[in-house]
Design a protein around this ligand. Structure first.
Ligand SMILES: N[C@@H](CCC(=O)N[C@@H](CS)C(=O)NCC(=O)O)C(=O)O
Length: 208
């Protein structure tokens, strides 16, 4: 038994889960999925596990979850006794975290969406425009937070909102979005990278 992550190394959504497992120093088993070129996530055996044909999947004994935001919430709720990654006693803070998780899953995904498309494909301009809009919204939030003396998207310490937003924000550089235009985002990414037990992945830029 124990935690089992169905994983692809270049998936930003799998990376979110690996980040939190790393921050919490949790042991887990990795089940490698040949996402590309094997398209294993579209084969019948994997569709039995997730009919959406998507990664990541987390299993914890009899519990099986899809969607990186839901998985982050589960791990934080179950395995972070300090509740610092998902403070759930304060209704405002909790709901704001949910709001930024939804933003990561619905909006920010455009900033790096084309990364896993066939390597011969060119990145599509409309997605990149949507990605830039989402990064502007995040940069504005971080500017406001910084004026209040805070470094993180919600609250005084990093939460799963920061984890959910980090991969696509950072990987957007890889699809050609220049981070120079987002100074608050850059500061936040630098602070995030300095967190104890931070893990990187291919495509995450090194920041000064
Ligand atoms: N909302 C889901 C999206 C999952 C997702 O799109 N995963 C990608 C890999 S990063 C995938 O499996 N794409 C294949 C597909 O959508 O067909 C999440 O946050 O986990």
């Amino acid at each position: 038994m124990g935690l089992k992550l169905y994983n692809y190394g270049l998936s930003g959504n799998c990376y979110k889960v690996r980040l939190l497992l790393g921050f919490l120093k949790l042991d887990y088993e990795i089940v490698p999925v040949d996402f590309y070129p094997g398209l294993e996530h579209k084969q019948p055996d994997f569709l039995d596990i997730n009919p959406l044909g998507q990664l990541p999947i987390l299993e914890d004994g009899r519990v099986r979850l899809r969607d990186s935001q839901a998985i982050l919430s589960y791990i934080a709720k179950k395995y972070d006794p300090s509740a610092s990654w998902l403070p759930d006693r304060d209704a405002t803070k909790f709901s704001q975290i949910m709001m930024w998780l939804a933003f990561a899953g619905n909006n920010l995904v455009a900033a790096a969406a084309d990364r896993l498309v066939d390597s011969s494909a060119t990145f599509s301009a409309p997605e990149i425009d949507k990605g830039r809009q989402a990064l502007t919204i995040l940069d504005d939030q971080l500017a406001e937070r910084s004026m209040m003396g805070h470094s993180w998207i919600v609250g005084e310490t990093p939460t799963i909102a920061d984890i959910a937003c980090f991969p696509d924000a950072a990987l957007s550089n890889y699809v050609g979005i220049d981070h120079e235009a987002f100074p608050h985002l850059r500061n936040w990414m630098r602070d995030f990278r300095r967190l104890p037990n931070f893990l990187t992945m291919p495509g995450i830029p090194e920041f000064a």
